[in-house]
Design a protein around this ligand. Structure first.
Ligand SMILES: Nc1ncnc2c1ncn2[C@@H]1O[C@H](COP(=O)(O)OP(=O)(O)OP(=O)(O)O)[C@@H](O)[C@H]1O
Ligand SMILES: [Mg+2]
Length: 329
């Protein structure tokens, strides 16, 4: 095992709610004590409801947010301690693709300038070699070479996302964090862009962190899946294990909403409807965060916070898999 990222007990908090009625600033734990390793060359998907902390985790990985506790290591080095050339190297090696291909491309820059910008900022090559690099990158993402001379508005959503991917590839990164890269696209276009990312990962040996809502897409592209709920990772494991036999009741509910292509299995599918609303991350429930909505909730869930423990082939943070607690209850 040779992880490219090691996330050890990392929390990220924001100050919120300093308004007139809030009684001063409050802390919101957007990521709460996340621990995971990201292996070289894998595609790790991060899934969960809106607001569960996926983007915050992704931005922390690329160094945009600083952990308020815990340790983030990239390639064996503490990210918070990187300086000078090491920090510049980290910023080259970890790139992000954003959700909204309209907002993330500067409308006043030509596509060639957009794709070359990271090279220019990091002072890679000459103007001439950068031009050649742009032509190569556009080819890789399936855009014509003359795209370089046009402005982003001349392109469709799917094409714009290809431009964003070309820009992310410019510095030959090791890792791409793709934050909902296809959520804003038509369903018919989504598969093309997902296939492009899948192909690039194989060709270039990229490590991909793929943040998504759509579990069908995740099943197709991810080698492993991390499921988040209210800032915490509640289940993590290989795609086939998580899809084949989800362990955490939250994962079970999420997956029960995904249609199955086989009509017989689809007829048998039991949809688990979660009761109650998503609690506020500013004042999360005690014990297990999920207990207010869980159909299996038992006494320890109200007070004891579960940790990720082995459950099947994966890890789940659920007391159902804690033998000692189950027997005591
Ligand atoms: N800059 C910020 N300042 C204050 N609170 C924030 C900030 N960014 C995110 N949050 C809060 O942190 C929590 C996690 O947000 P985040 O954007 O990471 O969720 P997400 O899983 O990416 O959601 P979505 O699926 O809607 O993109 C949310 O409650 C959000 O309101
Ligand atoms: Mg998000």
């Amino acid at each position: 095992m040779d992880p490219i990222f090691e996330v050890d007990d990392v929390s990220v908090e924001f100050n919120v709610g300093a308004g007139a009625f809030a009684g001063g600033a409050q802390k919101l734990l957007a990521v709460d004590r996340a621990t995971l390793r990201i292996e070289r060359g894998e595609c790790l998907a991060v899934v969960g409801e809106s607001g569960c902390g996926k983007t915050t985790l992704g931005r922390t990985l690329i160094g945009l947010y600083k952990p308020s506790r815990g340790r983030l290591e990239f390639d064996g080095k503490d990210v918070s301690a990187l300086r000078g050339e090491e920090l510049r190297s980290f910023r080259r090696r970890v790139q992000m693709v954003f959700q909204d291909p309209h907002a993330s491309l500067n409308p006043r820059m030509k596509v060639g300038e957009i794709v070359a910008e990271p090279l220019r900022v990091h002072r890679v090559g000459t103007a001439k070699s950068r031009k050649a690099a742009v032509a190569d990158l556009l080819g890789r993402v399936g855009l014509p070479a003359d795209a370089a001379n046009r402005f982003p508005h001349a392109f469709s959503g799917g094409q714009r996302q290809r431009i964003g991917i070309a820009r992310a590839l410019a510095l030959q990164p090791d890792v791409i964090v793709a934050d909902e890269p296809v959520s804003a696209l038509d369903v018919s276009i989504q598969a093309q862009v997902v296939n492009l990312l899948k192909g690039l990962r194989a060709q270039l040996g990229l490590t991909l962190v793929f943040i998504a809502h759509d579990l069908a897409v995740v099943r197709y592209i991810a080698t492993r899946i991390a499921v988040m709920y209210l800032g915490q990772i509640v289940e993590i494991g290989r795609t086939e294990d998580v899809f084949g036999a989800p362990k955490h009741p939250y994962t079970q509910a999420l997956l029960s909403a995904v249609p199955i292509p086989d009509p017989d299995a689809e007829r048998m599918r039991r949809r688990i409807i979660l009761k109650g609303d998503l609690p506020s991350p500013i004042n999360p429930p005690s014990g297990c965060r999920f207990h207010t909505r869980c159909e299996h909730c038992f006494a320890p869930c109200l007070t004891v916070e579960p940790r990720l423990i082995p459950a099947g082939g994966q890890l789940a943070s659920c007391h159902l898999y804690d033998q000692a607690l189950e027997q005591a209850a």
